[in-house]
Design a protein around this ligand. Structure first.
Ligand code: PLP
Length: 382
């Protein structure tokens, strides 16, 4: 018997914060079967529609035949297989960095990188809207956390100015923010990191595959490949796979292999996952049409919502928030959309600030014009 858990669950329920799993019984795509209901999917991070791509499936099947399934041990023991090395080589070429290192997930990459680089006497400057995995990495590191208001470069500069002499400093930011769909002011962050001798880390989880001419991310889009010390990103979103990378110097790679606990003390990702990721990276680099379709859809939907008077905040990416205000409004609209076979998640406080409850729409390259029109019409009619 665990006496406190029922109390907790009851409280979540009365506070309307109780969460539960839904079951998807189809493959991933613009349409899914959710709890037995066929719905249009506006909640996926699979922006390019690669999660069920035939080329990736074939690459994975071949990899299983060639390399088997499990990796058998951690990378530092006998789990480091050719598929991992090939993916890392591909990523450093793609990102134009000296080197790269693959982690089993974005969550593990962020907790591992931040806690390896920073310690008790150091200071981490973190955007208020950064992903939970970054926050958890900072907590693990025991470093001092200086949280600056979202994208507020003046506030960040004030904090940097106030730092005691001789401290190690790390500025860390998402490139695309997951609840607002806006992007970090990267050139200004580079400038501040130089001026105040802080390292700069960018999390491209929602940027990789969708931003930049070749899809390498916001750092590519801004031409700052040589100015960001640590480029982290995931294969779990636009790449439609699983796992994460960090790109940077050869020394960074060596340092993380020796110090990142979420790299050292875990079994290597199955080689089939690494092979699937490699195939996805090839597709991302070669298939510009997907990115073009995505942005055509994004621009169409955002413009239509704005014309109808909806507040889409500062979104410029495939994540489009529709800010409604109260939690009940957001939940109500999400419910009515679901009755019309459209799935869009409502996001409530404390995930977002009080008074900014919202629908969080994510657009895919594979959505059709009809899909988008249906969504717009149903939102308007509700
Ligand atoms: C999704 C996400 C992660 C975690 O990546 P996983 O591969 O899903 O563990 C990290 N950072 C950001 C900004 C994310 O959106």
């Amino acid at each position: 018997m665990i006496p406190w858990i029922k109390q907790d669950i009851d409280k979540l329920k009365t506070d309307n914060l109780y969460r539960q799993l839904r079951e998807v019984s189809s493959t991933q795509g613009r349409e899914i079967v959710l709890n037995g209901q066929r719905v249009l999917n506006f909640c996926s991070n699979d922006y390019l529609g690669l999660a069920n791509d035939e080329r990736i499936k074939t690459a994975a099947k071949n990899a299983i035949d060639r390399e088997g399934f499990g990796a058998g041990a951690s990378r530092l023991v006998t789990g480091n297989m050719s598929a991992h090395m090939l993916l890392e080589k591909k990523m450093s070429q793609f990102k134009k960095t000296e080197s790269s290192l693959v982690f089993s997930s974005g969550y593990m990459a962020n907790t591992g990188i931040v806690s390896a680089l920073m310690g008790r006497d150091d200071i981490v400057y973190s955007d208020r809207l950064n992903h939970a995995s970054i926050i958890d990495g900072i907590i693990l590191s025991r470093a001092r956390l200086e949280r600056y208001p979202h994208n507020d470069m003046e506030a960040l500069e004030r904090l940097l100015k106030d730092a005691p002499q001789g401290k190690r400093k790390l500025i860390v930011t998402d490139s695309v923010f997951s609840m607002d769909g806006d992007v970090a002011p990267l050139s200004k962050l580079v400038e501040l990191s130089r001026r105040y001798e802080a390292c700069l880390m960018v999390d491209e989880a929602h940027g990789f595959g969708v931003l930049g001419t070749n899809g390498a991310g916001l750092v590519e889009a801004c031409g700052l490949e040589n100015d960001v010390d640590i480029q982290m990103g995931t294969f779990s979103k636009a790449a439609g796979c699983f796992g994460a990378y960090v790109c940077g110097s050869q020394l960074l790679r060596e340092y993380l292999i020796n110090h990142a606990r979420s790299f050292i003390y875990t079994t290597a990702m199955p080689p089939v996952i690494a092979a699937a990721c490699s195939c996805a990276v090839d597709i991302i680099q070669q298939d510009n049409d997907r990115r073009e379709n995505l942005y055509r859809n994004v621009n169409y939907l955002r413009t239509a919502l704005q014309k109808s008077g909806y507040n889409t905040a500062q979104s410029s990416t495939a994540i489009i928030p529709v800010i409604l205000g109260s939690a009940s409004e957001a939940v109500g609209l999400s419910q009515r959309l679901l009755e019309q076979d459209i799935f869009v998640q409502a996001i409530r406080p404390p995930t977002v600030p009080e008074g900014t409850a919202r629908l969080r729409i994510t657009v895919m390259a594979t959505h059709t014009q009809d899909d988008l029109d249906k969504l717009i019409n149903v939102i308007k009619s509700c």
